[in-house]
Ligand binder design. Structure first.
Ligand SMILES: N[C@@H](CCC(=O)N[C@@H](CS)C(=O)NCC(=O)O)C(=O)O
Length: 318
């Protein structure tokens, strides 16, 4: 039967794995984030020149960046051309990336915060370099006037990407996913994607808030440390029971298959906190215990672990 396929299939890619192939090619592209903008300080250091008749008659008559023609007596910045090594010009009155400082991502994080850990894992999975800014929750730095300007709710994490400030780990992760699509945090399959949203939000809305510093501090003060522990354990177990059921037919090496996705970013720090801080026996939860082993072996999850963070006290480092 003739399917209308070309006779020489050597140049065609047919079959499963096409998506992964495209992703791999995109990851290997050095310009996948576009050409980085020149920073304002770098542009300011370039020397100023006036546009003369001579300039207009030469091959410097156009802006090297946008190719707009210069006007007589206008002013321009002289900049070296990376390829020809000759000097090229760009006009002073155009930003061309010089209007903004090109900045590294900044993450306001706390070493022990499971919400911060979700974002640290994502940044690592996506291969994004970032500046780590430790926020001391025990000293109340998250309630300081400067910090509350970043996140009015006074919680970590906060991500700063140039002019964009995003707080709340869920919002940050969705932002990162759109801005930096390499190594996706969500699967293509809609059912699996929905499952990732559900598992992530279960942790975010129905588990983590019960162990938050403000909550446990309040319960400890009003009812004592035993009541506090019982409260947290009850809510964590409740969540883990539901997650075991939810992931039963979907888990592989990770929560929704053999690739770590959004659900894993929420699960890994939650399981870690449950074991290390709230004395939960994870043997009750075989699927979660199994995927937790995969987290412990994965470099991005290892690098994001609390004891590896620059603000972790020396006694917490393993
Ligand atoms: N839904 C928020 C919750 C943020 C949150 O609860 N952060 C905790 C650390 S994991 C915090 O800053 N706690 C400070 C406090 O309770 O005072 C998120 O996912 O980012």
């Amino acid at each position: 039967m003739d399917f209308g396929l070309p006779t020489n299939l050597g140049d065609y890619f047919i079959g499963p794995g096409l998506e992964q192939l495209i992703q791999q090619l995109a990851e290997n592209d050095p310009n996948r984030y576009g050409t980085p903008p020149t920073s304002k300080s770098a542009v300011e250091k370039l020397s100023d020149i006036k546009i003369t008749d001579e300039t207009l008659g030469s091959d410097l008559s156009q802006c090297a960046v946008c190719t707009d023609s210069f006007e007589l007596n206008g002013e321009a910045k002289q900049m070296p051309c990376a390829t020809s090594k000759k000097m090229k010009l760009q006009p002073l009155n155009k930003a061309h990336g010089g209007g903004e400082e090109s900045t590294k991502l900044k993450l306001y994080s706390n070493w022990r915060s499971s919400c911060s850990c979700r974002v640290r894992i994502a940044l690592d999975l996506k291969g994004l370099d970032y500046e780590y800014i430790g926020v001391n929750l025990l000293k109340g730095e998250h309630k300081s006037p400067e910090f509350v300007k970043l996140n009015p709710l006074g919680y970590v994490p906060v991500l700063v990407d140039g002019d964009i400030v995003v707080s709340d780990s869920f919002a940050i992760l969705l932002y990162l996913e759109e801005k930096y699509p390499q190594n996706p945090l969500l699967p293509q399959d809609l059912q699996k994607k929905a499952l990732n949203y559900q598992a992530a939000n279960l942790v975010s809305a129905n588990m983590q808030p019960h162990q938050n510093l403000a909550v446990i501090g309040y319960i400890k003060e009003k009812l004592g440390p035993d009541e506090m522990l019982a409260w947290v354990q009850h809510h964590l177990r409740n969540g883990f029971v539901a997650l075991e059921k939810l992931l039963k037919n979907n888990a592989g090496k990770y929560a929704t298959g053999d690739t770590p996705f959004l659900a894993d970013l929420f699960l890994a720090p939650q399981i870690d906190v449950a074991i290390k801080r709230f004395d939960i026996d994870m043997n009750e939860f075989p699927i979660l215990s199994r995927i937790n082993e995969s987290y412990n072996e994965h470099p991005a999850f290892q690098a994001a672990a609390p004891d590896k963070q620059p603000d972790a006290p020396s006694e917490a480092r393993e």
